[in-house]
Structures are given as structure tokens and as C-alpha cells.
Ligand binder design. Structure first.
Ligand code: ADP
Ligand code: MG
Length: 304
């Protein structure tokens, strides 16, 4: 399927379902619009809610290359766009020094030519690709700083870079851009304004069981429902770090590996490390608390 075959919001949902990605109506709508209008998609939300995954799913579904720029503190333009392979340049210079009659001009041109250019994600995303424009995932942008944001804003507005030694490189077709943020800080308005925005929330019970069905099909329906009910209930607790969908999936896999058929306070206590990653949160569920939450979770499950 190609981008032009996407005529409706339903098409987006089907396309993503084909990649085992369960997409709610609101997220499908904003994704549809981003694809149709060629606008970057800005996804913000808690960790483990499927932001990175949807970029992978869109790329796979459209048969596009996925290019990921993982953001981190201190990420600068050269690591994001291109660098010269300094070590290789030095080796070439040494080799040239060892030979007589080196053509210095030719060497210079060669040293700052394609052979010594290291293309980083933003430059890669501007290169033509088989199968169409790539999906450019700018992941966890909240980890970078404001100067880099400003730089990105610029890059996203014209999809071209100028390399002094090589000239200007322009994308033949704008990539499909998806930015994510775990909101450890606010991302600047100017950048958000360029994009279509969506807050990716934790899925509700129905959608999360659907996700489990897609991702852990070996789990029995009754166990899946218990797992999801428990995790959903757990998210209402005042935790330092609430479990995301990734944790629900991990937990289900752990329980399957242990041949668990139904949740019990003992099983929960033994496997809590799959859903809670902070000792303070785990400590909260010691004693009778896990049983209490399990009982309440079970009450929300209508008899099947
Ligand atoms: N809607 C969904 N459909 C299918 N799987 C999902 C969905 N949301 C999350 N997941 C699962 O949860 C995992 C974590 O999601 P991820 O995209 O890495 O979270 P985020 O980037 O929001 O922190 C994914 O690997 C995927 O298996
Ligand atoms: Mg992510």
C-alpha cells in the first residue's frame, strides 16, 4: 500500500492493524491528516504508550525506510546531520605524504568528498530512497536542548542542508516526519506549531486488551483481561512511574513463561519487577495492597 492509497481514517487503522498496531480513532485521524497534508506529526505522552512504535508501524506498512534520530542531551547538529570522517581523512593524508608527487588539489577535493562524509539521520532522510520518501522519526525530542530545537525547526521547514564543501542537498520529496516527546520538559511552541499534535494517552481497557491480543496472542483471553484490569487499576495509584503498555506486554510474557493461568497476590509479588521499575513503587504493593488492587480489578471484569 502506498501513501496515496490512504483515502480514509479507516485505511490508516487497517494499515496499522496489519502491523499489529492498535490505533484509536483520534490517533488515526491525526496520522491520516499528517500523511495527507504532509505535515510533521508531534506525539507527546507518557513512556511506553506506543509513540515510537507507530512510526515503525507506519514505515513498515507503507514500505518506507525508517530513519531514526534518537535525541539525547547534548545532541548537536553535526551528530544529527553529517560529520567528516576525521580518522579516515588523517589516514589518507598520511598515505599521501608517503608518496611523492602528490596532487594536493585533488587530495583536498577527495578528502571533502562523499567518500569521507558520514551521513547522519537528517541527511539520510533527505536522500532519495527506493519505495518513496522515508519516515523520519525524531525520537524523544524533550531530551535535547532549545538550540537544537531551533535548528530542527529550520531543518523541518525546507528539508535541505548545505555542506560548505559539497553544496546544498535537498530532499526530492519531503520525508514523513514523526516527533515524539515523553514530556520531561515542554517543547517550544514554535516547533509544535509546525506540526499536528496529539497526546498519546494510556489505552482504555478495551484497547489495551486488543493490544495484548495483537502482541501476545498466546495469552488466554481470561488471563489477558485480568492482566489489563490489574494494570489499569494500578495506574490509578499514586506511583512514581506508572506502567506503560510496554510493561503490560512484558508482564504478560513473564506470566506465560511461568505458566500462570490466573493472577494471585503471590504471583503478582514475584513478578512485579516486570511492571514497576522503582523500588518505592514496588514497596507500595507489598503486604495486602496487591491483593486489594487485584480484588478491585476483578470487580471491574464483567463475568464472561
Ligand atoms: N497501540 C499499540 N498497539 C500495539 N502495540 C503497542 C501499542 N502501544 C504500545 N505498544 C507496545 O508497547 C511497546 C512500547 O511502545 P513504544 O512505542 O516504545 O512507547 P513510547 O515510544 O511511547 O515510549 C511497543 O514495543 C509495542 O509493543
Ligand atoms: Mg519511545
Amino acid at each position: 500500500m502506498s501513501q496515496t492509497d490512504i483515502a480514509t481514517i479507516d485505511d490508516v487503522q487497517h494499515l496499522l492493524a496489519g502491523q499489529d498496531y492498535v490505533c484509536g480513532r483520534a490517533l488515526a485521524t491525526v496520522s491520516f491528516l499528517a500523511l495527507k497534508l504532509g505535515r510533521p506529526l508531534f506525539l507527546e505522552g507518557e513512556a511506553g504508550t506506543g509513540k515510537t512504535e507507530i512510526a515503525k508501524a507506519i514505515a513498515a506498512a507503507l514500505g518506507r525506510r525508517l530513519i531514526r534520530l534518537q535525541c539525547y542531551e547534548g545532541l548537536d547538529a553535526s551528530s544529527a546531520v553529517y560529520e567528516w570522517n576525521f580518522a579516515a581523512q588523517m589516514v589518507a593524508i598520511r598515505a599521501a605524504e608517503a608518496t611523492e608527487n602528490t596532487d594536493r588539489e585533488a587530495l583536498r577535493a577527495d578528502l571533502f568528498g562523499p567518500d569521507y562524509l558520514i551521513e547522519r539521520p537528517l541527511l539520510q532522510a533527505m536522500r532519495p530512497q527506493d519505495g518513496g520518501a522515508p519516515v523520519l522519526l525524531i525520537d524523544e525530542i524533550d531530551r535535547t536542548d532549545e538550540p537544537f530545537e531551533a535548528f530542527l525547526l529550520e531543518a523541518l521547514s525546507d528539508f535541505q542542508v548545505t555542506i560548505p564543501e559539497l553544496g546544498t542537498i535537498k530532499a526530492p520529496e519531503a520525508p514523513i516526519v514523526i516527533l515524539t516527546s515523553n514530556r520531561t520538559r515542554e517543547v517550544h511552541d514554535a516547533l509544535k506549531r509546525r506540526c499536528l499534535y496529539h497526546w498519546v494517552d494510556y489505552p482504555d481497557f478495551r484497547r489495551e486488551t486488543e493490544i495484548l491480543r495483537a502482541r501476545v496472542p498466546e495469552a488466554a483471553e481470561t488471563l489477558s483481561r485480568e492482566i489489563v484490569a490489574f494494570v489499569q487499576r494500578l495506574r490509578t495509584e499514586d506511583l512514581f512511574k506508572k506502567p506503560g503498555v510496554a510493561e503490560t506486554i512484558d508482564w504478560a510474557k513473564c506470566l506465560l513463561a511461568l505458566d500462570v493461568i490466573s493472577l494471585s497476590p503471590e504471583v503478582i509479588a514475584d513478578t512485579l519487577g516486570a511492571i514497576l521499575k522503582y523500588q518505592d513503587d514496588i514497596a507500595r504493593l507489598q503486604g495486602s495492597e496487591a491483593r486489594k488492587i487485584l480484588d478491585e480489578a476483578r470487580k471491574t471484569l464483567a463475568p464472561t
